[in-house]
Ligand binder design. Structure first.
Ligand code: ADP
Ligand code: MG
Length: 266
């Protein structure tokens, strides 16, 4: 495992499947890292803007968004907002981001727009988490090009492993063409149901096939995690002692250990 000395540590949450827990992980791991005194920026790269909504950013607060950074050359710092979580900032997304994929096509450096924008960031962050859309489009490629690591939420259900080879191909292509240092930082098993045999089986298969890259921490299926966004707060604020919140705190502690972030807590 490589030692990460550069700041910020940029981690893309990617999986082209929708509904696997990318956004939930971005929000709650981001909150847990921020609670561990790390300064965190969450970049919302999904036109649905669920990470922005889930962190209490109303639509009318999103005058500027990640679209303006990728397409209009706005500096990231112009669009970054504070959230209800101290130490956690967000670069919000709006539905207009859905056209960015097409609009980027004709641009030079189309895959490196986010990477360029991160270079110009004036505030220093310890972690930048990028919440990717459910697609392997240019938005996700921008995230993978800007990141030094990719974290993959994997839902504990049938077919979970099938989509993974496509994602791995994309990661390989990005590595060879754009970002040789991109690491697969980890695979996180999500929506684990311990009463369900299939969950056990998928988790066991994932560990057998993928080995240590799979995080020890497993995120359980937990209703508090799904309720929290409708209250526009992270689960860690909504119900700090719920099984879901505790799991994301463990996940953040495991990430800090894996990143050899020396003052790691937990
Ligand atoms: P993605 O960003 O990959 O599309 P989300 O994080 O939005 O996935 O999760 C999809 C849906 O599942 C959301 O409604 C979310 O609240 C819910 N969800 C995510 N993780 C869990 C979990 N561990 N337990 C219960 N519900 C979850
Ligand atoms: Mg999402």
């Amino acid at each position: 495992m490589s030692v990460i000395s550069q700041k910020p540590d940029v981690i893309a949450l990617a999986n082209q499947k929708g509904g696997v827990g990318k956004t939930t992980t971005a929000i709650n791991m981001g909150t847990a890292l921020a609670a561990s005194d790390r300064s965190v920026l969450l970049i919302d790269l999904d036109p649905q803007g669920n990470a922005s909504t889930g962190l209490g950013i109303a639509r009318d607060q999103r005058k500027l968004s990640t679209y303006d950074v990728l397409i209009e050359d706005k500096p990231l710092s112009d669009i970054v907002l504070e959230t209800i979580v101290p130490n956690l900032h967000i670069a919000p997304a709006q539905p207009d981001l859905s056209s960015a994929d097409m609009e980027l096509m004709g641009r030079t450096g189309r895959a490196s727009r986010l990477k360029q924008a991160l270079r110009g960031l004036d505030q220093s962050y310890d972690y930048v988490l990028i919440d990717c859309p459910p697609s392997l489009n240019l938005l996700t490629v921008n995230a993978l090009t800007a990141a030094n690591a990719v974290m993959v939420p994997l839902q504990c259900e049938f077919f979970a492993l099938e989509g993974l080879s496509q994602l791995m191909n994309t990661i390989r292509e990005v590595r060879s063409a754009l970002n040789p240092n991109l690491e697969i930082q980890g695979i996180v098993l999500t929506m684990y149901d311990r009463r369900n045999n299939l969950s056990h089986q998928v988790a066991a298969d994932a560990r057998a096939t993928l080995g240590d890259v799979v995080y020890e921490t497993v995120i359980p299926r937990n209703v508090r995690l799904s309720e929290a966004p409708s209250h526009a707060v992270p689960a860690l604020l909504y119900d700090e002692t719920s099984a879901g919140s505790l799991a994301y705190q463990r996940l953040a502690a495991e990430l800090l250990r894996r990143r050899q972030d020396v003052a790691a807590v937990g």
